[in-house]
Ligand binder design. Structure first.
Ligand code: ATP
Length: 381
């Protein structure tokens, strides 16, 4: 049993929200839809659930058409379970009553099944409690058990941890992950938190403006992002604008050899993706950058370096590293740690009069473009 989303497009009136979106999801796997607010994640879930009619494209379950233009079975006719941001439990029903709500024969005829589900989410002793007596996390676990009770082929979860506090969220993720995997259903979970997607997803589909930019395992998204923007989502990825000068890349933080780059496209202007733990600081009295801030993050230091051109870069260094505020430093990526992405000529200003030879002199910054997109802080939505 697999779910295929094929060439799905959707518009609300004049506004197109999904554009020829295709994605496959396998049973026993959790697929995370990750994207900024408004990119169309909830719309996609609603189309799969049958809460919106499919206008263009097709949904197929195990090769058979589940929905398409002119063929839109209502939600109750689809083998789909839903978990929303707020569990939306029935307040007048007990925990067992909520879990058994959609089952033929209700609680009385399904006692064993309901108890097994409550066992799985660790809430068997709460079977007779009412939703108001439960914490937010417990309510979400009951909502998951209710969605799983009719053994749906597909489980859709729309930001299921959003209303749960950060401390409990981690434990809840783990519990939900094992419950979902144990059921073997096709699970699709919406989130705008990259760390959450990494923590719970077997596969992550990154969405941007109604399209899927990349769908792959968390490891592949981290190691080989398809675009610079995808690279910045995970592991505090930062972009440094660089100009190619022979075998060097001229950046606001020093001149980097091209030799150690994991990927190096042809373009003259590049955005180099680097992560804080893969950068090296070097004291350099003529460097074009200074240490602006040093924070102790327990096992390591987090050092913010500000270039004369205005950009900042975060570097993680061992606690033993001597880092002095205002000290001039240059930065370079460790061998094999930088991944460059070409910047289309249309997005870069005209080259300056100075040539590569000047740029490669010690401490020179050279020209690096007008609006480099440099981290270190990514938006966590
Ligand atoms: N019923 C509707 N009528 C008109 N426009 C809508 C409707 N529902 C959503 N939209 C618009 O469609 C776009 C995508 O919305 P959607 O809720 O799918 O995004 P999302 O990625 O889930 O966002 P969020 O993370 O904020 O929930 C948004 O611009 C939204 O304003």
């Amino acid at each position: 049993m697999s779910l295929e989303i094929a060439d799905l497009s959707h518009s609300y009136g004049e506004g197109t929200v999904l554009r020829s979106l295709s994605l496959g999801a396998a049973p026993g796997e959790i697929t995370c839809l990750l994207g900024a607010s408004g990119c169309g994640k909830t719309t996609l879930l609603r189309l799969i659930a049958g809460l919106l009619p499919v206008q263009a494209g097709e949904l197929r379950l195990d090769g058979k058409v589940l929905a398409g233009p002119g063929r839109n079975p209502p939600p109750e006719k689809r083998p789909v379970g839903l978990v929303f941001q707020e569990g939306a439990l029935f307040p007048h029903l007990s925990v067992a009553g909520n879990v058994g709500f959609g089952l033929v024969g209700g609680v009385r005829r399904n006692r064993a099944r309901i108890e097994a589900l409550l066992d799985q989410i660790g809430l068997r002793e709460k079977a007779d409690a009412y939703p108001n007596d439960l914490s937010g996390g417990q309510q979400q676990r009951v909502a998951l058990a209710r969605a799983l009770a009719p053994s749906p082929s597909v489980v859709l979860l729309d930001e299921p941890f959003a209303s749960v506090d950060v401390v409990r969220r981690h434990a809840l993720r783990e519990e939900m992950r094992s419950a979902l995997r144990a059921r073997g259903a096709i699970s699709i979970l919406v989130t705008h938190d990259p760390d959450e997607a990494m923590a719970i997803g077997d596969k992550i589909a990154v969405m941007e403006a109604g399209r899927i930019v990349q769908a792959d395992t968390p490891a592949t998204l981290y190691d080989a992002p398809a675009t610079a923007a995808v690279g910045t989502l995970f592991g505090d990825g930062q972009l440094v604008r660089a100009r190619r000068a022979g075998d060097s890349l001229v950046t606001p933080f020093g001149v980097w050899p091209t030799a150690g780059m994991m990927a190096l496209p042809e373009e003259a202007v590049l955005d180099v993706l680097v992560r804080p733990e893969a950068l090296l600081l070097e004291p350099n009295p003529v460097a074009p950058a200074r240490i602006e801030d040093v924070r102790v993050l327990g096992r390591c230091l987090r050092i913010t370096v500000r270039a004369e051109t205005g950009e900042a870069l975060a570097v993680e260094a061992p606690r033993s590293e001597a880092a002095t505020l205002d000290e001039r430093v240059s930065i370079r990526p460790k061998l094999g740690a930088g991944r460059a992405f070409g910047v289309p000529a249309a997005e870069t200003p005209s080259p300056p009069p100075s040539g590569p030879s000047e740029a490669s002199s010690p401490g020179a910054t050279g020209w690096v473009g007008a609006t480099p997109k440099v981290g270190p802080l990514r938006s966590r939505g």
